[in-house]
Design a protein around this ligand. Structure first.
Ligand code: UTP
Length: 296
């Protein structure tokens, strides 16, 4: 009988060095885009895709994540007494889903973080969502991948096209042939040396994996950046079981690095009914000042 994807892992145990010093005492996953931590956008996507159990892999200094998804009686009571019902609704929404936690004792890499979740997953296909990418799409990104998994019964990795000079930052696929958005893959290469990438199709932090991946993660081989890389295990799995890449529909926001984070904040603010006109005014004002300085 075909197995359904009902479990998802959200790894959140990394050091977040690109956002230091903000991430010295605060998890990178709790940095907000407007009023919502990035990890909440990810949890929402998982829930909207039909995931029933979420496991967040945490580590040292990540307690704020557990607190965030917990009930906060004092805060809820305070909002209730002040009649702030809209805010109360939002606060309650963040503690409604079933979330489990496991600690990765040392941040040895994404592959190692996924491996720590092996007992929670057991012998089922499962999803992985990384918080570095927020995706906005008609059909939730993960739901698109689950749909493809149901059809193919094989591991499916979410990809999108990136500019040629950016491939070195990602896991890149070497496709052989495609059927619409779905690619057969010869090789998965983590962070290729600039100029050597076999395509511009980059892995975007959404995966559906079969449990056989744990056989390869078990070896804990060290890859790019001195870390246990998930991409390396996927490359090995693909030799014995087809792993497909799926070019999902939707706009992806790179919130894992500073410029992407700033851009996402501005774009989300400009689309927000409450803030957009004021933010537009601020931007016009700032641009005017900038062009005046140039003229002077
Ligand atoms: P990143 O490399 O983007 O996260 O890993 P990072 O290491 O925290 O960030 P930088 O590069 O130092 O700025 C992708 C995801 O995998 C998790 C991270 O928390 C992030 O969500 N991760 C990474 C782990 O859970 N454990 C690890 O050992 C490494």
């Amino acid at each position: 009988m075909n197995k359904k994807v009902t479990k998802a892992i959200i790894p959140a145990a990394g050091l977040g060095t690109r956002f230091l010093p903000a991430t010295k005492a605060m998890p990178k996953e709790m940095l907000p885009i407007l009023n919502k931590p990035t990890i909440e956008y990810i949890v929402e996507e998982a829930v909207a895709s039909g995931i029933e159990d979420i496991l967040i892999v945490t580590g040292k200094g990540k307690r704020a994540i557990e607190d965030h998804f917990d009930n906060n009686f004092e805060l809820e009571d305070n909002l209730l007494k002040k009649g702030k019902f809209e805010l109360l609704k939002e606060v309650r929404a963040s503690s409604r889903v079933e979330i489990h936690y496991i600690r990765q004792k040392e941040p040895k890499g994404l592959g190692h973080a996924i491996w720590t979740a092996r007992k929670f997953i057991g012998n089922e296909p499962f999803a992985v969502l990384l918080g570095d990418d927020i995706v906005r799409s008609k059909e939730p990104c993960l739901k698109q991948l689950i749909g493809k998994y149901d059809e193919m019964q094989s591991s499916i990795i979410g990809v999108q096209t990136v500019p040629g000079d950016q491939t070195y930052r990602y896991g890149i696929i070497e496709p052989t042939q495609n059927d619409g958005r779905c690619y057969e893959v010869r090789n998965f290469i983590e962070k290729p040396v600039p100029g050597t990438a076999p395509s511009n199709l980059a892995i975007m932090g959404r995966y559906i994996l079969t449990p056989e991946i744990f056989r390869y993660l078990e070896k804990q081989e060290i890859g790019a950046g001195g870390e246990v890389q998930l991409t390396d295990a996927i490359q090995k799995l693909n030799k014995v079981q087809n792993v497909y890449a799926y070019d999902f529909e939707g706009k992806r926001y790179d919130v894992g690095e500073m410029i992407g984070f700033i851009r996402t904040t501005i774009e989300f603010a400009l689309e927000n009914e409450e803030y957009k006109s004021e933010v537009e005014e601020i931007m016009i004002e700032l641009l005017k000042i900038k062009s005046m300085v140039k003229i002077l």
